[in-house]
Design a protein around this ligand. Structure first.
Ligand SMILES: Nc1nc2c(c(=O)[nH]1)N[C@H]1C(S)=C(S)[C@@H](COP(=O)(O)OP(=O)(O)OC[C@H]3O[C@@H](n4cnc5c(=O)[nH]c(N)nc54)[C@H](O)[C@@H]3O)O[C@H]1N2
Ligand SMILES: Nc1nc2c(c(=O)[nH]1)N[C@H]1C(S)=C(S)[C@@H](COP(=O)(O)OP(=O)(O)OC[C@H]3O[C@@H](n4cnc5c(=O)[nH]c(N)nc54)[C@H](O)[C@@H]3O)O[C@H]1N2
Ligand code: SF4
Ligand SMILES: [Mo]
Length: 721
């Protein structure tokens, strides 16, 4: 037996990038705890960190490519798997056209940097317009609005939580989620510091969430009505003469257009739909404007809802019109050590094409995933016949999952890059399993762009890659090679064509860590600019706890990607969509029950339920309901009820609690592991039901096409005994 040794690395499960300390002996992980010396996370971890060990050891995980046969899954070799995928995809594309091959990329794709550096080597060759991802059941409105206002979809304003005095939170629950589009390890600790310096946190949420519970002030709001609240708050700012752009005055246009657009949104009108009274709405706006430093922040609850884009726009406007954008303690732009925005021009496009069946708009090359099932199920020219899924479980994570489940079963070919046979991948003809987090190196390529402080951290692989396994990026390269051989053959390429492909060639021939080294060197703290003081990967490796690069710095207007580096407030598309919100206040309060979602600190979307330590204990897949709504339906705490929506029905245990706003019920997502053929033994024993068997693919934020997962109308009835 060898001696136990200590290693450091970052957790890649969620956005918080917590530093971890591992004890390892003979390739076995003995313990996982927080790394106290990490300058960013300061020792913070959540219970999921230890589950990295469970994931590494999980006997249900695939480690070799598997082919589905009538007698179950059969192991095959890597080269054979690559060849089969390429043969099938090339043949289908020839027979049915480029768009007949669709792609879905799930959430862990952005938590695994090799997928980002090398995914395009293969996916780019498919050239399909039917590209989908978890973005459109999540943060698409943030990105679309950032693209319109700041010129780049990744230039998102992040709360400077460490210096603010007034933190207005709408539809986010960082106490459970550990922060999102706000990389904020140790949210609880940072909130304590905020309060200690006399600051306040105000939460707007239809549920008294774990975050609302520790707030100075919490207001229930009817789901899907935040646009009215936010536009009314902006109205108050104009009315009470609190509009003051500060330094931004020099580069902002279109303020008058906003004033006109919000005119119908009086506090009284907003009160009638939101359930928050007019005096409170006025006070919230004035408190926000008058605080010494303030920031408004909104996440899933105000993104995955009917007015997702308007909400994100209005949140940016609240910050901008009160001089909080780009100001310390306000909403600021991080500057990461590997800066994906560096050297880019106004990037991307919106509505350059539309989905075939429903005409939903493309954004940045992707279509909204609410359209995936209908693109598979609707016959005609351009019908999707094959699907590649990567690190995703859309059967559980996208609306009307039952329909998608049926659609996947009808495909001519499906291949999944994933280490589990789960609700989605069980339909694949081939599964190509990658290594997991502790088996590969890691640099967080994405979430440093959304972090409340600039830091950098490198993680070496904790354990050797198990014999015969492949990293995601190696799988992408294997597929890319096999596919290219079939499409291009051995034909020599003209010099011009080869030169044009240089960036692509770099991606093919360099490893992810070599690309990170390049990114660090050329980046804002890199050796290219700062010579010997500058960052390189070698230098980063000498700091196993990570490097602190300081608090967020003002960077406008230089960092904007808009024409003339100016911010336009009155984006025509958004101004146009305000009419829809005006109709909502015209109609007034909605009748009936509305369904919202929920996260728990021991869950991670749909895929960490095979860890016993994370699922043990009381059932968490419960329908939360206000006691008044319960008694109106003769539902006692702990009884079973049927929940029905337009798309389906579920049977679930009811938990009555006054943490729910009257008229609102809540069910977590990511459960429902009892489907036939799923090979997750622990998860299966704690199966639960999938809330996305109730959410509706036709409920979307009109502008972005993002799913409106929150505010679904449901009927709840006592289940006859
Ligand atoms: N433990 C854990 N952590 C996670 C994840 C996980 O599954 N588990 N998932 C990760 C991912 S992928 C993401 S995107 C983030 C999400 O991070 P968050 O957005 O912070 O997490 P949610 O729990 O979805 O918070 C949404 C909140 O919005 C409220 N809400 C619902 N509808 C409305 C509405 O109409 N208006 C308002 N104002 N509020 C509303 C809900 O009650 C809920 O409290 O979390 C990440 N972190
Ligand atoms: N109703 C409702 N629906 C929701 C949400 C909600 O709040 N309410 N939240 C939405 C949000 S924010 C998100 S982000 C989506 C998530 O939706 P998805 O991304 O579709 O689903 P996940 O549950 O994250 O599934 C991740 C899959 O990736 C695999 N995996 C994990 N790590 C890796 C890896 O390193 N490489 C590869 N190749 N595979 C890996 C896992 O085994 C799993 O199959 O769900 C969305 N759906
Ligand atoms: S909060 Fe938990 S899951 Fe997220 S990075 Fe930290 S330890 Fe990992
Ligand atoms: Mo997400």
């Amino acid at each position: 037996m060898g001696e136990p040794s200590t290693h450091y690395g970052a957790c890649n499960l969620c956005e918080a990038i917590c530093g971890l300390e591992f004890k390892v002996q003979d390739g076995h992980i003995l313990s996982v705890r927080g790394d106290d010396a990490d300058p960013f996370s300061r020792g913070h971890v959540c219970p999921k960190a230890v589950a990295l060990k469970d994931l590494h050891e999980d006997p249900d995980r695939l480690r070799k490519p598997a082919r589905r046969t009538a007698n179950g899954w059969q192991e095959i070799g890597w080269d054979q798997a690559y060849a089969e995928v390429a043969d099938r995809l090339v043949a289908l594309r020839k027979a049915h056209g480029t768009n007949s091959v669709a792609v879905y990329q799930g959430n862990p794709s952005v938590h695994n940097y090799g997928n980002l550096t090398h995914g395009q080597n293969f996916l780019g060759q498919l050239k399909s317009r039917n590209r989908f991802s978890a973005t459109s059941v999540d943060q698409l409105p943030h990105q679309l609005v950032a693209y319109w206002m700041f010129g780049h979809q990744l230039l998102l304003p992040i709360p400077d939580i460490d210096r603010t005095q007034y933190f207005l939170v709408l539809g986010a629950n960082p106490m459970a989620s550990n922060g999102s589009l706000m990389t904020v390890p140790d949210f609880r600790g940072r909130l304590k510091e905020l309060k200690a310096r006399g600051g306040r946190m105000v939460v707007i949420d239809p549920r008294r969430s774990e975050t609302a519970d520790v707030a100075d002030e919490h207001h229930f709001i009817r789901p899907g009505t935040d646009a009215a609240l936010l536009l009314a708050m902006i109205h108050v700012l104009f009315d009470e003469d609190r509009v003051n752009l500060g330094a931004a005055t020099a580069f902002v246009d279109g303020v008058d257009g906003v004033r006109d657009a919000v005119a119908p949104f009086t506090a009284e009108a907003a009160a009638s739909v939101t359930g928050i009274d007019a005096a409170t709405i006025r006070r919230l706006a004035l408190d926000f404007a008058d605080a010494t430093a303030a920031v408004a922040y909104g996440r899933m609850g105000v993104s995955t809802q009917a007015f997702g884009s308007i909400c994100q726009w209005a949140i940016n406007l609240l910050n901008l019109l009160t001089g909080r954008l780009d100001a310390p303690g306000g909403a600021m732009f991080p500057l990461p050590a590997v800066d994906l925005l560096q050297g880019q021009s106004k990037a991307g496009h919106y509505n350059a094409w539309q989905s075939r069946v429903r005409g939903l708009p493309e954004f940045g090359g992707e279509l909204p995933v609410v359209a995936l099932a209908e693109e598979i199920l609707t016959p005609g020219e351009g019908q999707v016949r094959a699907l590649v899924t990567i690190a995703g479980n859309p059967v559980l994570s996208t609306p009307n999952g039952q329909q998608l489940d049926r659609a996947l079963a009808s495909l001519d070919f499906m291949v999944s890059i994933d280490f589990y046979v789960n609700e989605t991948t069980r339909h694949a003809h081939l599964i190509l399993p990658p290594t997991c987090g502790v088996e590969h190196d890691h640099y967080d390529l994405i979430f440093h762009h959304f972090a409340v402080r600039n830091t950098a951290r490198w993680s070496a692989p904790l354990v050797d890659k198990p014999e015969g396994t492949r990293h995601d990026w190696e799988i992408f390269n294997g597929l890319a090679r096999a596919y290219r051989e079939r499409v291009e053959g051995d034909r020599p390429q003209p010099l011009g064509a080869r030169l044009r492909k240089l960036p692509g060639l770099a991606r093919q021939h360099l490893r992810p860590d070599q690309l990170i080294d390049l990114g660090l060197r050329l980046g804002p703290y890199g050796s290219w600019k700062r010579k010997r003081e500058g960052l390189t990967l070698r230098k980063l490796k000498q700091h196993p706890h990570g490097i602190d690069l300081g608090p967020l710095q003002p960077c406008l207007p230089q960092r904007l990607f808009t024409p003339g580096k100016r911010i336009r407030c009155d984006i025509p598309e958004l101004i146009g969509d305000v009419e829809r919100a005006r109709r909502q206040i015209g109609i007034g309060a909605a009748e009936g029950l509305r369904l919202i979602g929920r996260r728990h600190v021991r869950s991670n979307n749909s895929w960490m339920h095979n860890s016993e330590r994370l699922v043990k204990g009381k059932d968490r897949c419960l329908l939360l309901m206000n006691p008044g709504d319960g008694s109106a339906r003769s539902l006692a705490d702990g009884t079973m009820a049927t929940v029905r929506s337009r798309v389906g029905a579920l049977e679930v245990t009811v938990h009555l609690t006054d943490e729910m706003m009257p008229g609102v019920v809540s069910l977590p997502h990511g459960w429902g592991h009892a489907r036939e053929g799923v090979n997750l033994r622990v998860a299966n024993a704690h199966a639960g039901v999938s809330v996305n068997d109730l959410t509706d693919e036709f409920l979307v934020d009109t502008l972005s096409g993002n799913a409106s997962l929150s505010g679904v109308e449901v009927v709840v009835e006592r289940l006859a005994a």
